[in-house]
Design a protein around this ligand. Sequence first.
Ligand SMILES: [Cu+2]
Length: 432
Amino acid sequence: MSGTRRKFFQDAAVLGAGLFSLRKTLRAAEPEEGQAKHAAHARPATPQGFQPMVTPDVSDLPHEMDGGVKVFKLAAEPVRKKIAPFKTIDAWGYCGSCPGPTIQVQQGDRVRVIFENRLPESTSMHWHGLELPIEQDGVPYISQKPVAPGERYVYEFTVHQEGTFFYHAHSAMQEMMGLIGFFVAHPQKDYKPAVDHDYGLVLQEWAVLPNNTVPNSAAMEFNWLTFNGVSAPMTTPLLARLGSRVRLRILNLGMDHHPIHLHGHQFVMTGTEGGRAPESTWYPMNTVLVGVAQARVVEFEAKYPGAWMVHCHLPHHMMNSMMDLLSDRAIQTADQTEEKAVGQMMSLAKSVPFEHVHPSPIAPNASSVPGFPQDAFMEMGMDEAVEKPETEGLPKNWSAGMMGMMTMVRVLPGKEYDAILMKKSMARVLAQ
Ligand SMILES: [Cu+2]
């Protein structure tokens, strides 16, 4: 544990008692987790009138009221984005975030989005899946003039639907640079059964050559796969209280379809990019194919304690940058040895400020076996580099098995769940 982290936990212990009462307040401000389970199926109303979805690693876009209109300000701009502890890219996004901040409204809301283009080229904003007047559809030349760099455009419409929608630039290359975000319309009457946790994941893929930071938006092959703009193990685990009901909303805007698989539980698909699906269509599954331009909403009872993976099951999407390591591997694979592999990992590790774990053992005669190595030497544990309250208590080297489009649902008994929430609250207070 680093000195800073140790200090953090010491501070946390001292502050713990005093923060007990504060916790209540913080919980009220963070309804997504604080109201889990004990309030299950009878969740109190929030000021917004709905229980917001949580988009881990991405914040919500705030709004102001103008009469009865919810006013959001959204700016498209270049975003320097750390997608892994050792990889930063120059993406495009909204308001400093890639994917863009999550917009949450309620069915029936009148919404105004004051859109500003801070990109070096023209763009526009499309509201994917929403039924609105043609002049709000955001398609350059068809429904509006492109928004030139430095210009503003005001979108305004009434949301009569409920469901999981998204916003994105209606220009193919810009989409692949990251110009996308959630637009969630909560129903006027909560869905039944109610859930205790509601999480959103945006799936994106990037082609970034070694020593480059700008994604190649024309590429057909991708070497970086992200959930909410970060690659595992940087993805923040989704916390769920044991016995709670969890909703996952997954949306995809890339070049590939992603089969998203949940370990240890069955879920039902309760919605698509078109809104809520009737209960008569639900059936048990544990992998849901999220096609390009689709949203898939699944729900499950978090019945079994543990750290359960949620990941794209395409084998090449379960890895981080192959290409960044490719030159080393290509040269050394013919006579790979443990010594060389460790050296290879050390050379990478030297460029990053964290320790890595020793790779798992290989057979003494490994080099003489055709096909070796496959996954050998691929692991790069970086527990400390990605440490946060949500990773507290995970087994040592947990991060070595987390790569690419992966995260986990941590189903935790009440006590452990509360302890982590407490740590999150304290981390927030200390950061203020
Ligand atoms: Cu995938």
